[in-house]
Design a protein around this ligand. Structure first.
Ligand SMILES: [Zn+2]
Ligand SMILES: [Zn+2]
Length: 337
């Protein structure tokens, strides 16, 4: 599949991702050992693209990559000479899962989120540090979620300054895996594994099988698609934030083999950023019927029939109370994620 952001090969088949995942970030026998840099201290040497590169597999330790970026920031005098390694930014691996060791990185395998960077420097970083696939500038505090809090607020987004921000999180559950792709400058960064556990609990209790599920704040589609994988008969996915809906549709396509579904309808030429009256954006059929809406959840519940399960996954700063009473009216079970 072509990446919708850069036209490159950022969106890999999930089968291929999972097959290669075990070795993707693992050191080979020839990889140089951990440089053991102190993250709180400056790296007092110039790091270029050759430094730390394995002569066999061509990859580098994460710290070498970050120290290379730090060298660029210091040489341009944008960062002071005593800036520490941890000041560079937040690295997100392109195919994310909980790697239990420091990752060894190949070409275009890291999206870097930085608090302090210019567009020109971001261009220098993606041009000169081969492992970096995209540089994003963070706006506001890291505690503010990226995306749309609710339909009445202004969306909070980061800025993609250079390269591509498409990356994926590998979602592993007791009943299978999915690769959830997301444009990281406009989608909330997810580290929360307990959400998956709640869907697993529904599966284990036999509640997912044949169920009709509404995922009213679907984001890039993680939980709704997991319900489809777990045997739901119908999944209605909705988000008021267009980039989330677009990522959901991409994830249905990317995971279509695992889900056993095919897209039957997709709305094109639509670009309203914040949803209100629900608009059907895509429909997929097969093992599960999946409907993807762009709209306000309060209006979605009026247009759909009764559901078995309603998932409420609001931003941490939003009180889910209003949505809980809404969902109780038409769903047998409401799960606050
Ligand atoms: Zn891309
Ligand atoms: Zn190696």
């Amino acid at each position: 599949m072509k990446c919708p952001t850069c036209g490159g090969d950022c969106v890999m088949e999930p089968e291929k991702v999972l097959d290669g995942l075990f070795r993707m970030y693992l050191a080979c026998r020839s990889c140089p050992s951990d440089p053991l840099y102190d993250k709180n201290a400056p790296v007092n040497e110039k790091i270029d693209a050759c430094r730390g590169k394995c002569t066999k597999c061509g990859r580098r330790h994460l710290d070498h990559v970050m120290a290379h970026v730090l060298t660029i920031l210091k040489e341009s005098r944008f960062f002071p000479a005593d800036a520490a390694l941890k000041e560079v930014g937040t690295p997100l691996i392109a195919f994310g899962y909980q790697v239990p060791y420091p990752p060894r990185l190949g070409e275009k395998s890291l999206v870097l989120i930085m608090d302090s960077v210019t567009e020109e420097l971001a261009g220098d970083i993606t041009a000169n540090v081969p492992e970096i696939k995209g540089v994003i500038r963070r706006t506001g505090s890291p505690s503010i979620s990226v995306g749309l809090r609710d339909t009445a607020s202004t969306p909070h987004t980061y800025e993609l300054l250079s390269g591509c921000d498409m990356r994926c999180d590998v979602v592993a559950s007791t009943f299978g895996e999915l690769c959830i792709y997301k444009n990281q400058s406009s989608i909330h960064i997810e580290f929360n594994n307990t959400k998956i556990k709640k869907i697993e609990a529904l599966y284990i209790n036999g509640e997912l099988h044949g169920a009709v599920v509404l995922d009213g704040f679907c984001g890039p589609g993680t939980l709704g698609l997991l319900c489809a994988l777990g045997g739901a008969k119908k999944v209605i996915m909705n988000d008021a934030w267009l980039p989330a809906v677009q990522n959901t549709i991409l994830n249905i396509k990317a995971n279509s083999q695992f889900l056993g579904v095919k897209i039957e309808f997709e709305l094109t030429g639509y670009n309203k950023l914040i949803g209100d009256e629900p608009v059907l954006m895509a429909k997929a059929a097969g093992n599960t019927e999946i409907l993807v809406y762009h709209g306000d959840i309060r209006k979605i519940t009026r247009t759909q029939g009764e559901c078995n399960i309603c998932l409420i996954d609001t931003f941490p700063s939003v009180n889910p109370g209003e949505y809980v009473s809404l969902c109780r009216e038409f769903a047998k079970k409401t799960v606050i994620i």
